[in-house]
Design a protein around this ligand. Structure first.
Ligand code: ADP
Ligand code: TPW
Ligand code: MG
Length: 580
């Protein structure tokens, strides 16, 4: 009998001992594949799926908005290398989750958005079902893969395909469409168990070709001014020891992208973080490890990269099509980062590997020291109201003393300045707005970071950025998570000083003056603190991290301190028309 034929109609009276159904099969398939947490928002048709998953021992974290649940799932994927699961209702819930799915795909985070959907027959004839929408078609262009399961007997395969698609090769977002009818489809329990698939080796190692390794080593060996750029792919790969060994054995200066900070400590003698513009401009051979030459690296060309043709790139990436995406890659190394870095390491350790020229190392070091010295006094100022530097100076000390803390960070000035000022010491401890610079990841990332790692979380949030997911402070309180949110309250987006030239409405970038975000946390039983000095800020954050209690600190920042769009103001288009 075929698997499909084994499905017994719902209405048939049968001995339920020997039966299973769609609900149970989905849960069993996830459990079989080591999925232990689901992030979502309940409702028709997936309310019971969440309840039953919880009853079966899966941790189910219910959010107030699907976008935040989706962001939580995405960052859970980044932290664990297992696909993070987001569960939503049909049409509006699905769409709310879709932004997070697209963002996960853009950032190469493995996640699976599972949404309930309406009846196929009605959707396809567009007859107006409850929350009718052709979700599969809409999801497809926004994620890496999309699947729909129509028969209970196919749930095992459907879940297996979704998992493999999410984590193999370049990781990304996957959509899994589960129509309402599927959940109550019944089938023989034995056949159901047999239909499940445990995905063997979901993200197989991909070894680089020996000739490609040799090409890369030959190029690197002759470099006069070599540089290693570490991206979030390197952080994701969890090849921490190999990467550290490659950097240290080669002696090459390294530059971490934002979410790769901490892979080696920012205080490491070879860190070129504080000499970023110099190393990008002057390096002659650049090794990219899990970092794309996208806008965040000025597409590998232009002023940032010095004279045209002055560089050669070695790029390690699992995605072959990433090579030459912006400029010529002289030595493409296609494979997984663990395997590629190990192969380079073998070459570098082989014996006569030259240290990088002393002149280059000392040029980088002196620029770095000068920049660090220039910044230092600004971090120590005890001004009221605080500016970004003095407030971040306080947080920098806290992370130095508590390097296991996970730092979540979003905003404009709050993001760009924190990235530069707060040193990180351990891998995968800095989670932020990623490739899109998207606002709204804050509370989803903070919640998942706490749930997945059990470590304390410090979320440093612009007041605008926080507003995109702020309602989830209730979720933080409900699950009693060790999350300390610091809202950098400068009364607006970039600055709190805009006004309407007509005096009719508030300026477009400003918020209610003297807001007290700390009261939001108090409303749900957490701790709220209002602070106006770096000293008060330190005390409040330390107390929060010591107690592990949900805390929100409203940090009053000078509304004049920020600049338009933080560090990327140059991307703003300028009007050429002067209004008369
Ligand atoms: P950043 O923003 O930090 O520069 P990107 O997101 O641009 O980083 O780049 C990450 C890159 O890492 C992507 O091109 C992705 O294909 C690659 N990647 C992710 N995981 C792995 C892995 N395990 N092995 C090799 N490459 C990987
Ligand atoms: C989904 C555009 C980029 S940064 C930002 C917005 C609205 C907020 C900056 O203000 P904040 O930070 O957080 O108070 P600060 O310290 O400079 O005052 N919608 C989305 N994503 C983005 N990136 C935007 C809008 C934006
Ligand atoms: Mg602000």
């Amino acid at each position: 009998m075929s698997a499909v034929a084994q499905i017994i109609d719902n209405s048939v009276e049968a001995d339920t001992q020997d039966l299973t159904d769609g609900f149970h099969l989905v849960i069993d398939a996830l459990k079989l594949n080591g999925i232990d947490t689901i992030y979502g928002v309940p409702g028709i048709p997936i309310t019971d799926l969440g309840r039953m998953a919880q009853a079966e021992g899966i941790r189910v974290i219910s959010f107030r908005h699907e976008q935040n649940a989706g962001n939580a799932a995405a960052i859970a994927g980044f932290l664990t290398k297992k696909p993070g699961i987001c569960l939503t209702v049909s049409a509006p819930g699905f769409l709310n989750g879709l932004t997070a799915l697209a963002n996960a795909t853009t950032n190469c985070f493995p996640m699976i958005l599972i949404s309930g959907s309406s009846e196929r027959e009605i959707v396809d004839l567009q007859q107006g079902d409850y929350e009718e929408m052709d979700q599969l078609a809409i999801a497809k262009p926004l994620c890496k893969a999309a699947f729909r399961v129509l028969h209970a007997a196919d749930i095992g395969i459907g879940v297996a395909r979704a998992i493999r698609a999410a984590v193999s090769g370049r990781p990304g977002g996957v959509y899994l469409d589960l129509p309402a009818k599927l959940f109550s489809q019944v089938m023989d329990a034995d056949a159901g168990a047999k239909s499940l698939v445990k995905v063997i080796d979901p993200a197989p190692a991909q070894l680089p070709a020996p000739a490609a390794v040799k090409r890369a080593l030959d190029l690197l060996k002759d470099a006069k001014r070599p540089l290693i750029v570490l991206g979030k792919g390197a952080a994701y790969a969890q090849a921490d020891d190999e990467i550290r060994d490659l950097v240290e054995k080669s002696g090459i200066p390294f530059l971490p992208m934002s979410m790769a900070k901490g892979l080696l400590p920012d205080t490491h003698p070879q860190s070129a973080g504080a000499a970023r513009s110099l190393v990008l401009k002057d390096a002659d051979v650049v090794v990219l490890i899990g970092a794309r030459l996208n806008w965040l690296l000025s597409h590998g060309k232009g002023k940032t990269w010095g004279e045209p043709g002055s560089k050669k790139f070695i790029q390690i990436d699992i995605e072959p099509r990433e090579m030459d995406s912006n400029v010529e890659i002289a030595a493409p190394l296609v494979g997984d980062i663990g395997s590629c870095v190990s192969a380079l390491l073998e070459g570098v350790s082989a014996g006569d590997w030259p240290a990088p020229p002393a002149e280059w190392v000392s040029t980088v070091n002196s620029r770095k020291e000068a920049n660090i010295a220039k910044m230092a006094p600004r971090l120590l100022k005890n001004s009221t109201p605080m500016d970004f530097h003095s407030a971040l100076g306080a947080l920098r000390t806290i992370i130095k003393e508590r390097p296991e803390t996970i730092l979540v960070n979003e905003g404009a000035n709050t993001l760009d300045l924190a990235r530069g000022i707060i040193d990180m010491y351990q891998p995968r401890k800095r989670l932020d707005v990623g490739t899109w610079g998207v606002m709204g990841i804050g509370m989803g990332f903070a919640i998942a970071a706490a749930v997945e790692t059990g470590k304390p979380v410090l979320a440093v949030e612009g007041d605008s950025a926080f507003g995109f997911s702020g309602m989830e402070v209730e979720t933080v309180c409900r699950y009693n998570l060790p999350v300390c949110v610091v809202v950098f309250n400068n009364n607006g987006i970039y600055r709190g000083t805009d006004s309407d030239p007509h005096g009719r409405d508030p300026g477009t970038t400003v918020f209610v003056k003297d807001s007290r975000y700390d009261k939001m946390m108090e409303a749900f039983g957490g701790v709220g603190v209002n602070v106006t000095t770096p000293h008060e800020l330190s005390r409040a954050v330390n107390a929060a991290l010591d107690s592990g209690r949900p805390t929100l600190i409203n940090a009053v920042i000078d509304p004049e301190a920020g600049s338009e769009s933080g560090n990327i103001g140059s991307l703003n288009p300028q009007s050429v028309v002067k209004k008369k």
